[in-house]
Design a binder for this molecule. Structure first.
Ligand code: FE2
Length: 270
């Protein structure tokens, strides 16, 4: 174990991280679409970028991997993300800095990664972004967010600020019954679930769009699911996952009670 990361998890993530890499561009688009996964403009013009997130899905479906730590590392191995665990970083760096890569600072970055994961993440992301920009290519927003998160001296997570941004945008659109649940001890999916209700599907969409725009303005690139359907829109902002429901869907799924139940079960079994 190094950097507090399980060797077994790192090995499994390393083994499966490129499981979707040989899919054709059209297959990547089709497979992601069939699973209801969001595809942003950059991914649509460069479908190969989807292989990381699709890879996590295939690892789960075809290889029975259920460990969220491993799935997260697979999903984030191409771009990084605003919030990354040490395992995410190890897999990202192992892939970006493997000896087959041929760029001048690779060996120095590899050396740095042996003893300072955060510094290696920042320097590697900066190198990758510089490489793209010199060629007139835009880096993925997730890569820029990751580099920002690993900027020395900067708080890795600006959670309270992000929750305030979400709350303000939702309430500005007359969202109802806003709630924020701290799930840090219960899952690695997110630190906080923010939940808000819209009176109708149109209202839900309008709230979700306002939250997404506010997050973008704050430099967080959200992944959005369910916008077309409108009954339950999920926005993944990294540390904060926002659920916007119609009253019926909120009552049906009742995720507040679900997560409280998880907490209760954990408390009883500990
Ligand atoms: Fe890859």
């Amino acid at each position: 174990m190094r950097h507090g990361v399980s060797t077994e998890k790192a090995r499994l993530a390393g083994l499966l991280h490129d499981v979707a890499r040989l899919c054709s561009p059209q297959q990547l688009i089709d497979e992601c679409s069939q699973r209801g996964m969001s595809i942003d403009a950059l991914e649509r013009s460069n479908p190969v970028l989807l292989h990381a997130r699709l890879g996590a899905e295939l690892a789960r479906e075809r290889f029975g991997v259920v460990d969220p730590d491993v799935l997260s590392a697979i999903a984030k191995h191409t771009h990084g993300d605003a919030t990354m665990t040490p395992l995410d970083c190890v897999v990202y760096l192992a892939d970006s800095l493997e000896p087959g890569r041929n760029f001048p600072e690779r060996a120095a970055l590899w050396e740095l990664a042996q003893h300072d994961l955060a510094a290696a993440m920042h320097a590697t992301l900066a190198s990758m972004i510089r490489y793209l920009e010199q060629r007139g290519l835009a880096p993925a927003p997730q890569a820029a967010a990751a580099m920002s998160a690993f900027t020395p001296g900067k708080e890795p997570e600006k959670l309270p600020e992000l929750i305030d941004i979400v709350r303000e945008a939702a309430l500005d659109k007359k969202g109802e019954d806003f709630a924020a649940i701290d799930v840090r001890d219960r899952t690695i999916i997110a630190d906080v679930f923010a939940i808000v209700t819209g009176r109708s599907r149109i209202h839900v969409r309008s709230i979700a769009e306002a939250v997404a725009e506010a997050a973008e303005r704050a430099g967080v690139h959200p992944r959005v699911e369910g916008l077309a359907e409108g009954g339950w829109v999920l926005l993944d902002l990294g540390g904060v996952v926002v659920h916007v429901f119609t009253p019926e869907q909120r009552s049906f799924y009742n995720i507040e009670r679900l997560w409280s139940a998880v907490a209760d079960r954990r408390a009883r079994s500990s």
